[in-house]
Design a protein around this ligand. Sequence first.
Ligand SMILES: [Zn+2]
Length: 221
Amino acid sequence: MPRVLFFIVFLWLGTVYADVITSFDPHGKKEVALTFDACETRTPSYFDPVILEYLLANKIPATFFVSAKFALRNPKELAEVSRYPFIEIENHSYHHYAHMESLSKEKVVEEIMSTQNIIKKASGRKTKYFRFPAGNYDKKTLDTVESLGYKIVHWSFSSGDPDKNIPAERIIKWVTTAAKPGSILIFHINGRGYTTPKTLPVIVGDLKRRGYRFVRLDEVL
Ligand SMILES: [Zn+2]
């Protein structure tokens, strides 16, 4: 391999950490994981009632990544959701800082552990997976979160649902085409998944017809 090419490959690999989970081994089965981010940053955020009702009424297994600010704003709803065993609740930090890699180690620990306690209090669930806000991290932050016993779970490809400019039809086509066994799908359930109330039933219906079933992350990781 020419030295220049070697360098490019090396640099490219250098930014990808093996420890961040972006898919799972489906063991030959047609399974995908539906995940939803319940983030709150500066504006108050709430569960999207249409998405929530759809998942609960149809008993669709899913994993929610909840930030502490969101949990504190929606304690009743979170307690209600936790009554459904097919919904998994996981950790998405306290403040939802878009760049946790710029925080001190102590601050990172506080972001994770305070959220763990708040979610536990609201839902009775002990979180074990963490998703970085906006997907940003570096090696140091990753190591810190892992030292707390967490596995980092991101997503296989972006659905594009926080982008108001992407039409529903395009999201449906993109997600149903890109999904494959072992994919971790990501949507937003905090009101920022602008088209998700419309696209989710179509996407789930399409995948089900093609023989897929949905799993919680803790069933497959
Ligand atoms: Zn988020």
